[in-house]
Design a protein around this ligand. Structure first.
Ligand code: 6PG
Length: 223
């Protein structure tokens, strides 16, 4: 695996602090932030909305998504809806937000990210099977053309439902900072496998800086 593992009791709190720090050290006036899906992400965004207060000028923040399930954007399984409920609606407003729209295919998002160049922060999770974003084991997106930043994908095992749109590893590598958040006993085994450098999708996350924010339960078997 690539990056630094930071073991903490309070992952959502640490996450909020790291995003606030990244906002203050951003190289440009604007700040681009790609959201994740999953329940850990929901807790992180609720906390960020509470903790950031006026430490982040949200009018300077453009919100993107790292992956999406191909369901309507108001569906309970939509990562856009999760981000809207757990963060955007609690903030009132951000400068702009860019949902991934599966019906449009990946090219409009590819174009937008290509024009943007770099993402200041990309937030990722870790699935029990070692997936991150919607980059599942043995799935086609793992071997996407290096020029592709965004592609469609599916989980060949069927464990993770819905067709997906997802950043590729090349898309993730456009980040100045990747924050991977991992919580709970149910992630203990996979986190130990990632730390041991097994051939899992999450082990291929690379960017300028990658921080794994892991709680003590999930980190218990890391040797
Ligand atoms: C998704 C996510 C996915 C998620 C992990 C962890 O759309 O499902 O982007 O990569 O981050 O599965 O999810 P939990 O925090 O719910 O375990």
């Amino acid at each position: 695996m690539y990056g630094e593992i930071v073991i903490v009791d309070d992952v959502p709190g640490e996450f909020a602090e790291r995003v606030i720090e990244a906002f203050h050290r951003r190289p440009n006036d604007g700040f681009s932030f790609a959201l994740s899906g999953g329940e850990t992400a929901r807790h992180c965004y609720e906390r960020l909305a509470d903790d950031a207060g006026n430490q982040i000028d949200w009018w300077k923040v453009d919100v993107y998504w790292g992956d999406e399930r191909c369901v309507p954007l108001d569906d309970v399984d939509s990562n856009y809806r999760l981000g809207r409920e757990a963060l955007l609606e609690r903030l009132g407003a951000v400068n702009a937000n860019y949902p991934m729209r599966c019906d449009d295919g990946p090219d409009p998002y590819q174009l937008r990210l290509g024009q943007l160049g770099r993402l200041d922060v990309v937030h990722l999770g870790l699935g029990p099977d070692g997936h991150t974003a919607s980059l599942f084991p043995d799935s086609p997106a793992l071997d996407a053309d290096p020029g592709r930043l965004v592609v469609m994908n599916e989980d060949p095992s069927g464990r993770n439902k819905h067709k997906r749109m997802t950043l590729t590893f090349a898309g993730i590598a456009r980040a100045r900072l990747v924050l991977v958040t991992v919580c709970g006993e149910e992630k203990r085994e996979v986190m130990a496998r990632v730390a041991a450098g097994e051939n899992l999708p999450a082990c291929r996350i690379q960017a300028d800086q990658v921080l794994w924010l892991v709680d003590t339960d999930a980190a218990a078997d890391i040797s």
